[in-house]
Design a protein around this ligand. Structure first.
Ligand code: GAL
Length: 690
């Protein structure tokens, strides 16, 4: 169990109810007349709401001019919420600077790679490195913290909002200056920088720090290490800003936990969240599902990754949607059951809070067609009924709060440096999508019904029986050594094409690919064989590869070829290899892209070599996702029906906390529903012999 102090948001301090799931939303009362506020809190109570995030975009209302402040309306909102037993996760309100500030100081506006200055009029139009913006923002943070330090509704601070959502890459002069400072700290001397950036290429030698620029629009491909460092720097610059706000809050309210909402999902690769997580008191995440065949897989993948970013401690789902969003190409409404199922998948992966964007659907503004807990139709609606039902479900799940997700036996490695490096320009192919490859592996685990942790390269891998590290492209020496030790210690590693190729400075490990992993895998590749967009190759195991092939030479007698190419330029050559050292586990290499379906069969073979099997009965594999949380005394099995059909279990035991209960020895899980079964810690609800 995690200490309650870290989870103050589970229970408003003035409330003597036992800790329960935090449930709520972003609440934007400034968009509504006062009369609506009263109805809001009444409906919040009806829905079981316990916490709301307030003042996220309120800067212009709180400080309507440089020397004018207006807190009266927010005082009233906080009092009203508190009187109704609803806690407040209070934003520092710095996410969207008001027009008076950008008019007074246009130099806070971000500049794009092509030199255009972004305008006010939307949100998050500020430079992460602007000293002027920071001074104004911290003044506001100080004012908020001072005013509300002792407000009884306050349970957490919410720094800014989705840092980096729109302003992660800024190429302004402020950014250039801060980039140089960051490089000085990283490299110490210009000689070191010139070496790391390989500036003897294309006459790029730097004789003075002032000559260095961010990778602005250039005549051709910008220096790759400069680009990689600019990504690292941009993530660090926002982290530094996060720290600055946090330090003000900690000084004034040392007992109030601080968070900021991450966006662990597909489109937001700029922020290296694993590296930010230690800066805050608890991790929160925003997640929006993408319609399509991997919708639920991606949701689960993001939740699993958030769990490991949170170091396995309970985390806060700060935003997701009750139904449609407003910013996808087509904004699809959720079908019956999805609102609850999506929420409970996050809970299964360790969330102890379920919140939405937003409480009441806006009547105007850019997000008026984004769903909310109270839709345009009002409380007499399917959405509000589903919201209220979820409030009840979360109360039923109260015993689960504070428990942690039980580690899996398999891990999937996710690496920000590799993500950044392989999707840059000047690669063997521009078609490679790092996250999609990782997601396909995750889908294959789900299809086999095998639980898997999603971890970063910093994780201790030694406890895992099987580790998949697809497209692990950036492999510094120490990581190569750790992977080597992992396999020597009996671990089973699987990696893929374009892995092991470069070091942390994006310099190729010479002598043949896969570079740093060549000896471990017992193979050598002289040349990559990327495939054209519509090309594919057949393997002798019946599978089809796309995107990539390699010209593999087996260099170690301990290597077995598990599959060969049948067609294409590599016909007859190995496609999938496995080295099984005399003492140790195994190291496998897959040299093409198989997609989630093709990977499923391959993964099954590799997992069985590692002795890892599904814990689910055969009939439920792929149709049900099983996740386990434990508090040391009990295990809580979350069984999520991923399909639109009922799933039947023949022999199940356990106490149902929510969802269908075992009856007559079996359990029927209706379409899209979730059952949570409590059993003894270490036990499974599935009876032997099935
Ligand atoms: C998030 C943001 C919210 C809202 C939401 C809509 O990115 O934090 O303020 O815009 O998306 O999906």
């Amino acid at each position: 169990m995690t200490p309650a102090s870290e989870r103050r948001w589970l229970r408003p301090p003035s409330d003597d109810r036992p800790a329960s799931f935090a449930y709520g939303a972003d609440y934007n009362p400034e968009q509504w007349p006062r009369e609506v506020w009263k109805e809001d809190v009444r409906l919040m109570r009806e829905a079981g709401v316990t916490v709301v995030s307030v003042a996220i975009f309120s800067w212009a209302r709180l400080q309507p001019a440089e020397d004018r402040w207006d807190f009266a309306w927010l005082d009233e909102v906080l009092d009203l919420l508190h009187d109704s037993g609803i806690a407040v996760d209070l934003a520092t309100a710095t996410a969207s600077p008001p027009p008076w500030l950008t008019t007074l100081h246009p130099e806070i506006l971000p500049v794009t790679r092509t030199g255009e200055t972004l305008s006010q009029g939307a949100r998050q139009h500020w430079r992460p490195t602007s000293p002027v913006f920071r001074a104004y923002a911290l003044r506001l943070v100080e004012a908020m913290a001072t005013r509300y330090a002792d407000h009884p509704a306050l349970v957490a601070w919410h720094i800014s909002n989705e840092l980096g959502c729109h302003n992660i890459y800024d190429y302004s002069d402020d950014a250039a200056q801060a980039f140089r400072d960051w490089l000085r700290t990283r490299y110490g001397t210009l000689d070191e920088l010139n070496r790391a950036w390989a500036t003897s290429f294309w006459s790029q030698y730097y004789g003075q720090w002032e000559q260095i620029q961010p990778p602005r629009l250039a005549a051709s491909h910008a220096n790759p290490t400069q680009q990689l460092d600019f990504k690292r720097f941009s993530s660090d610059a926002l982290k530094d800003y996060l720290r600055a706000e946090r330090d003000v809050l900690r000084r004034i309210t040392p007992d109030v936990p601080v968070t900021t909402n991450f966006m662990v999902m597909g489109e937001t690769k700029g922020m290296n969240y694993p590296d930010w997580a230690d800066e805050i008191d608890f991790v929160s995440n925003d997640h929006y599902a993408h319609p399509g065949p991997q919708r639920l897989d991606e949701l689960s993948f993001s939740a699993a990754l958030t769990h490991s970013i949170a170091h396995g401690r309970p985390w806060f789902l700060m935003e997701h949607s009750t139904s449609a969003v407003n910013w996808q190409t087509v904004n699809v409404a959720k079908t019956e059951g999805e609102l609850a199922r999506d929420s409970l998948v996050h809970v299964a992966h360790g969330a102890d809070a379920v919140c939405f964007f937003q409480w009441r659907q806006s009547a105007a503004g850019a997000e008026k067609y984004h769903s909310a807990m109270v839709p345009h139709a009002g409380p007499d609606s399917e959405v509000f009924r589903a919201v209220t039902a979820l409030g009840r479900t979360l109360r039923e799940l109260t015993p689960v709060t504070g428990s942690v997700r039980e580690p899996a036996r398999a891990a999937l490695v996710y690496d920000w440096d590799s993500w950044w490096a392989v999707e840059r320009d000047s690669q063997p192919t521009s078609l490679l999508r790092y996250r999609q490859e990782a997601l396909d592996w995750y889908s294959a685990f789900l299809a086999l019904g095998v639980r898997v942790d999603v971890v970063t390269t910093a994780a201790d891998l030694t406890g895992y029986d099987f580790v998949a590290a697809p497209v692990l492209h950036v492999v510094p020496k120490d990581l190569a050594d750790r992977l080597d030790a992992y396999v020597r210690g009996g671990g089973h590693l699987a990696t893929t094409y374009y892995s092991g190729v470069v070091d942390e400075n994006d310099h190729v490990h010479l002598g043949g690919y896969p570079g740093a992993l060549r000896d471990l895998l017992g193979i050598r590749i002289e040349e990559f064989g990327p495939l054209l967009e519509d090309a594919d190759v057949r393997l002798d195991n019946g599978l089809t590869g796309t995107l990539w092939t390699d010209r593999i030479e087996v260099t170690d007698p301990e290597v077995t070829v598990l599959a060969r190419y049948e067609t294409g330029d590599q016909a007859g050559r190995p496609a999938l290899t496995r080295r099984v050292p005399a003492d140790g586990g195994s190291a496998s290499y897959l040299s093409t892209r198989l997609g989630s379906q093709g990977l499923t069969g391959v993964l099954e073979t590799l997992l069985s070599g590692a002795g890892v099997a599904s814990e689910l009965p055969a009939g439920a594999r792929g149709r049900v996702e099983a996740t386990v949380r434990t508090d040391g005394t009990h295990a809580y099995w979350f069984l999520v029906n991923r399909t639109d059909e009922p799933v039947e279990f023949d022999a199940v035991d356990g106490e149902a906390l929510t969802g269908p209960a075992p009856a007559g020895g079996g359990l029927v899980l209706p379409p899209r529903e979730v059952a949570v079964l409590r059993v003894e810690a270490g036990a499974t609800p599935f009876l032997p012999g099935v």
